[in-house]
Ligand binder design. Sequence first.
Ligand SMILES: [Zn+2]
Ligand SMILES: [Zn+2]
Length: 242
Amino acid sequence: MSLKIRMLEFGSRSVVRLGGPLVSAHLLVDDAGLTLIDSGLWGVGNELLRVVAALGRRPEELRNIILTHGHLDHAGGSAAIQEWSGGARVWIHATDRDHVLQHVRYQGITRLCGVLEKAGTWLGHYRAPEIGGELIDGQVLPFWGGLRVWHLPGHTPGHCALVSEANGLVFSGDLFASYAWSVHAPPRFLSRDTKRVKVSLRLLAEREPQAVLPSHYDWMDPALHAERLHQLCYTPGGAGVT
Ligand SMILES: [Zn+2]
Ligand SMILES: [Zn+2]
C-alpha cells in the first residue's frame, strides 16, 4: 500500500501529519532530528515507522515525544514508540503526569470521559510510557528551531500548547477542534474545567497566531485554523469565549 505523506515545509524544516480527522499527531522533522508532538492512539506508531522510513530517516532519530496532555488519544502510542525508537524521551506537564500513568480520577460529568478512556485502554492494551521530561510554562525546548511551552490548562490541568516561534506555528492541542462543519471548544464531559478552557482559548486568540494546528481538525491548513480560532473567540453569538 502506498504511503501518502501529508507534510508542510518551513524552509529546511517540515511537519508531517499522522493519524486523521478523528485525532492527529505531528512529526517535526529537521536536520537535527525527529520530534513527535502527541502520539495519537495506538495505531499511530506503525504509521510513524513507515513515514520515518519513507523520509529516509532512522527510528533512533526520534529522540523526543512531547505530549500536549494526558488523554488517551494523545498519549496512547507513546510506550510502543518509545520502545522502537530506543528510548525517546516523553515530555508532559507535571500535573498531567498521573493521567498518563492512569492514576487520574474523573468526577462529575467527566466520568463519561473516564469510561471512554477505560474502554480505550483496554481495547488498545494501553501501556504507560516512561516519562523523562517535564514541560514548564515558558521554557523553550531546543527542538525544531525551538518550541516554547505554553501552559494553557482547563481541558486537563496540565494541558500545554507548543509554539514554534521560528516557524510561526502553534500546536494548540485540544483547546479547540476545527472542522468545516463545526469549530468548538471541547465538550464539557471531556474537560476538567470548562471556564478555564475559555480563559486559555482567549489567551491564545489574543496572541493572534497566524498559523495553528489543533489535534482534531479536517484540512492541514494552519492559516485556516488560525482564522477559525479567531472566529470562535470573537464572533458575536459564537462560542461565547469573550
Ligand atoms: Zn483531550
Ligand atoms: Zn484529543
